[in-house]
Ligand binder design. Structure first.
Ligand SMILES: [Zn+2]
Length: 494
């Protein structure tokens, strides 16, 4: 984009509105017309914001607010203070965003600071679009562009779906940069068709239902019940594997956590979602399970730990940790740890004998890798032409500071993951018994905090071990050693 050209276009439009004709126009313009002019200005300006989010460069000089200055009064005449406020905020965003185009600002910090003003701008465009009666499709197109994801330039804005998908963003970026078309995530995240709410769907099945599997039949809506509690196997691998996975989660809750169900409602999942969907995620109500493209990934239902990982994201205790930086990496790590514990429990694997590979069996044979992550040896799960190399650190020395992947949540989770591995192997036996119990106590014992650091979490697990198994006992000492092993110091204050 040529910034001079942009300035010229914007400048010309501004000059036109300042003429005597403009003065007449101001006096007689209707609210709807005013909204159209202001909408046009905001959407035009949002193109500069999109360019900035894609490239990190600000191409335009200071953005004008000519239409708003001229027609804000007409919007105000509507006497709807919420819409006035929202449009005003949109312009405020356009003053803040260019200020962030400063090379001295850390990319990580900038991504954080961008979120709020971009949301304001989105809110203003939606509000104005409504008043101006712009078609919903056009509004959606503009807001989607502003929201990303910006795979073309290797920069990605995060849609809600990325937050809970099991595939790390580094892989998604890698595949996007390689120019393949196999990644369907952004498309399905913006799908407007909502899956059925499990609560209402569950009413159609008998009481005592613990899990329900829906079949999407490769669509994104109109799911049908394929198997529910007590039904026998269907012969459809995705349905049956997902059913068994949800049943294993419920069994883990009952026998290990002594909790009837993980959630106060049946666990639900949708299989055969869309075509060649290369991800699995918790959509807020249920697990969505992709079939995989069978080039990079196979059926996501093959991996019990992976299904359990997505379900663990639904827990309030896990969500209270937020999804950014160290706190977000802890969030990811809980889901990996408990995902694997559900699998180890299901197959009675001993800590010393299990492979500690998360997502084993998911990669197609053509890919060079054993799974998505390794808790025993973070950074060793794959090294492949298409996927790149697993970049997880196992120690604080390798902590990756980045604005991508929500501050590296799928990368730095390698550190608490490895700490759990060290603890489990040190204590021996079954990992879900003592190591898993300590992690669970620490998770549900105190409220999560969105700014929780690894050191805070380490202190909580040490306290949990001391309170359940006694001060200076084997477990207490083993937890301290497990954090030393990954370079996280134990502090005394939260
Ligand atoms: Zn996750």
């Amino acid at each position: 984009m040529d910034s001079g050209l942009l300035a010229a276009i914007v400048g010309t439009a501004g000059a036109g509105l300042g003429t005597a004709g403009g003065a007449w126009w101001r006096g007689h313009t209707s609210v709807r017309t005013a909204a159209r002019l202001v909408y046009a200005e905001l959407t035009r300006d949002s193109a500069a914001v999109v360019y900035f989010r894609m490239t990190g460069h600000w191409a335009a000089p200071a953005l004008p607010r000519v239409a708003w200055d001229a027609h804000g009064e007409a919007i105000a005449r509507r006497r709807n203070s919420a819409s006035f406020e929202s449009v005003h905020r949109g312009y405020e965003a356009l003053e803040i965003i260019p200020a962030l185009a400063d090379d001295t600002i850390d990319e990580y910090v900038r991504d954080q600071l961008l979120r709020e003003p971009v949301n304001w701008l989105l809110g203003a465009i939606k509000e104005l679009g409504k008043i101006a009666k712009v078609s919903p499709e056009q509004i959606r197109e503009t807001t989607q562009r502003l929201n990303g994801p910006y795979t073309a330039a290797g920069r990605l804005a995060l849609s809600p779906k990325f937050r809970t998908g099991v595939i790390p963003l580094s892989l998604q970026e890698r595949i996007a940069v390689m120019g393949t078309e196999i990644w369907q995530v952004s498309e399905s995240s913006q799908s407007t068709s909502r899956p059925p709410k499990p609560r209402s769907a569950a009413r159609t099945v008998k009481s005592g239902t613990l899990q329900v599997i829906y079949d999407a039949k490769n669509r994104k809506s109109e799911f049908v019940v394929a198997r529910t509690t007590g039904d026998s196997a269907t012969g459809d691998a995705a349905v049956d594997e997902t059913y068994e996975a949800l049943a294993a989660i419920t069994d883990y809750c009952k026998t290990v956590l002594e909790r009837d169900q993980l959630l106060p409602k049946p666990l639900c999942a949708v299989v055969h979602y869309a075509v060649k969907e290369n991800n699995a995620w918790w959509d807020g109500e249920q697990v969505i399970v992709g079939d995989g493209d069978e080039e990079t990934f196979g059926r996501f239902s093959q991996s019990l730990d992976l299904i359990a990982h997505t379900v663990w994201h639904s827990l309030d205790e896990v969500q209270s940790f937020g999804y950014f930086g160290e706190s977000g990496a802890l969030n990811e790590s809980f889901c990996d740890v408990f995902g694997l514990l559900v699998k180890q429990h299901r197959y009675a694997h001993l800590a010393a004998e299990t492979d500690w590979v998360f997502g084993r069996g998911l990669l197609m044979p053509e890919r060079t890798g054993i799974g998505l992550r390794s808790l025993r040896e973070p950074g060793s799960a794959y090294d492949d032409d298409l996927l790149g190399k697993d970049s997880q650190p196992a120690h604080m020395d390798g902590y990756v500071r980045t604005g991508r992947d929500n501050g590296g949540v799928h990368i730095n989770s390698g550190i608490p993951n490895h700490s759990f591995y060290l603890l489990a192997v040190d204590l021996g036996g079954y990992a879900w018994e003592r190591a898993g119990r300590i992690w669970w106590d620490a998770l549900v014992g105190e409220e999560g905090r969105k700014d929780l650091k690894f050191t805070d979490w380490a202190r909580r697990t040490v306290a949990a071990a001391a309170s359940r198994y006694g001060e200076d006992g084997e477990e207490h000492r083993a937890v301290i050693a497990s954090w030393e092993g990954v370079g996280v110091p134990i502090t005394t204050d939260d």
